[in-house]
Design a protein. Structure first.
Length: 101
């Protein structure tokens, strides 16, 4: 299964999107339970992170990008990533149990 979220490099996109859902900075709070983070992550709506994941998903499936998506991908190639990696079986199982994949 293609890896649509690059957990190690997407933190710059994930954290602000989670912050928007939570209504406060997940990086600055003293304590944030893992399940609260996952709940917020699963409720990320439209925004930069969602656009990046959508383009990665379309590329992984071989779907054509519309003109706006193609332009966004060209202008933000560093965010989109040139290649889509694959999760290990352990990573896939972990995220599946959390309901994130």
């Amino acid at each position: 299964r293609p890896e649509l979220v690059h957990w190690d490099t997407d933190v710059q996109l994930i954290a602000p999107a989670v912050d928007k859902v939570l209504g406060y900075s997940c990086r600055r709070c003293e304590y944030l339970h893992w399940w609260d983070f996952i709940g917020a992550f699963q409720n990320i709506g439209e925004g930069l992170f969602a656009s990046v994941v959508n383009i990665r998903s379309k590329r992984a499936r071989g779907s054509k990008l519309d003109k706006a998506e193609a332009a966004f991908a060209r202008e933000n190639a560093d965010l989109i990533g040139a290649t889509v990696g694959r999760m290990t079986a352990e990573e896939e199982e972990f995220f599946m149990r959390l309901g994130v994949t």
